[in-house]
Design a protein around this ligand. Sequence first.
Ligand SMILES: Cc1cc2nc3c(=O)[nH]c(=O)nc-3n(C[C@H](O)[C@H](O)[C@H](O)COP(=O)(O)O)c2cc1C
Length: 304
Amino acid sequence: MAEEPVNVNGFRELARQTLPKMYYDFFTGGAEDQYTLKENEEAFHRITIQPRILVDTSSIDLSTMVLGYSISMPVMIAPTSRHKLANPSGEIATARAASTCNTIMVLSISSTCTLEEVAACCNAVRFFQLCVYKRRDITAKLVQRAENNGYKAIVLTGDSPRHGRREADIKNKIIIPELKNVEGLLSTKIVADKGSNLDALANQTRDPSFSWEDIGWLKSITKLPILIKGLLTHEDALKALEVGAAGIIVSNHGGRQLDYCPPTISVLEEWFMLLVEKFRFSWTEECGKEQIFSRQWLLEHKLS
Ligand SMILES: Cc1cc2nc3c(=O)[nH]c(=O)nc-3n(C[C@H](O)[C@H](O)[C@H](O)COP(=O)(O)O)c2cc1C
């Protein structure tokens, strides 16, 4: 019997042993040469800790605020698609875990449970992740459903106008279940006899023309705050501010979209150093534990 996993590497090994290869490759694979995927992990290994000792640790509080919601630690659940390929309870299990840990879950638009099922299963604070479909009416319906079901923000993924070229999925000719959230609205049945069905699906349904100018449309159909996910440059952070985003999520999509992007943690480190240099501010005094890249914070410090 497989050993009980004690960390994420253990879970990855368990998944390798138990999942069909096609699904294991889907969950763990990156785009093209997987340079960014590998660097994401390597970059963490290059960061070391300079510990201060003899500090009273009898009571530790890691809690922080995101968009006004208190969470127990500065860790949230990123949107990831198709959880039922790994667990029969799918995103419901993930939402319950978020609730237990008192953190926020971002539900992927490409979930295998509907957004209503996830909303009904627990009281976790949830955000809804969006990719804009060519059918704007269907995109608008999804945003409305998220709003009606108590999702607290829209996370617009901006780095996926096309599907990343994941070569393992292409080789495996991956076939995926139909998307639950658009059942009856949009046909997601793709029969591609060569290559990855995921590529074919994304290219058939997503609107690759959606750009900064279209954020106004998104804002016009929802009262929810909009976070923009997938940016890696100061220029795009400023654009996000200009168009009225409530916040940004610095990300390279886990190395699954454009390969040869810098590792996310290095971008954050670089931004942090730039901010320290530019404003000579003290992390704990001025920024505290508050959402460092919130709209207000970026505006106050005029990141440019
Ligand atoms: C299996 C899998 C599925 C994912 N699905 C989505 C998705 O549906 N939408 C999305 O915006 N990001 C998706 N992501 C990307 C994650 O939200 C997240 O960005 C990534 O895992 C971590 O990289 P980062 O630290 O650069 O953000 C997925 C990642 C994985 C591993």
